[in-house]
Design a protein. Structure first.
Length: 188
């Protein structure tokens, strides 16, 4: 079983989220900070390692392709790394930097290109970073699907198709959760 992140890192990250206003930013299912806490909790339930759990708590710091509100600009990566560590911050940056349209179709391919939406640069993440990205993406979307029936009805079939493509990168608990939350959304 994977350990939880050190309480001090989690507490420092939560304090930074509050200091930067994440508790006041609206997000489906409540506030941004509530969503981030649920994503971290989902990753913990899947037995993700501590760095990935911390990344789940902080995954929206630089905004994302689907949620442009940023708490910090990407040129302040060292500020976040000082709080959650370099490994967790690298996952946060990878997640935030993803150009989804360019990256999602080949994410599960060993040599599939990953397009950084901030720089336009293409690169090829190693297998561990691909797995981290897939798990974090899945935890994020499943949180929304679990809380919002309209979101699940509208996007559930597409998400299930996407996560089926990601399946080689997903842990068994993550895939089981996909089936539990989205299994009833299959298009007939």
């Amino acid at each position: 079983m994977s350990a939880s992140p050190p309480p001090d890192a989690t507490d420092r990250a939560a304090a930074l989220l509050h200091r930067l206003g994440a508790a006041e930013i609206a997000h489906p299912g409540g506030t941004l900070v509530a969503h981030l806490q649920r994503v971290r909790g989902r990753l913990a339930a899947w037995d993700a390692r501590p760095a990935l759990q911390l990344a789940g708590l902080c995954h929206a710091f630089y905004g994302t392709d689907g949620f442009p509100t940023a708490l910090l600009p990407p040129d302040r990566r060292s500020d976040l790394a000082a709080v959650i560590g370099a490994e967790a911050e690298a996952i946060v940056y990878l997640y935030a930097s993803c150009d989804r349209q360019a990256t999602y179709p080949t994410l599960a391919d060993t040599d599939g290109p990953f397009r950084d939406r901030f720089t336009g640069r293409l690169h090829t993440p190693d297998p561990r970073h691909r797995r981290d990205f897939a798990e974090l993406s899945t935890a994020n979307e499943l949180d929304l699907a679990r809380l919002a029936p309209a979101f699940r009805e509208k996007w559930g079939p597409q998400l299930l198709t996407l996560f089926a493509r990601f399946r080689p990168l997903l842990s068994e608990p993550a895939w089981s959760d996909c089936e539990a939350v989205l299994g009833g959304t299959r298009q007939g």
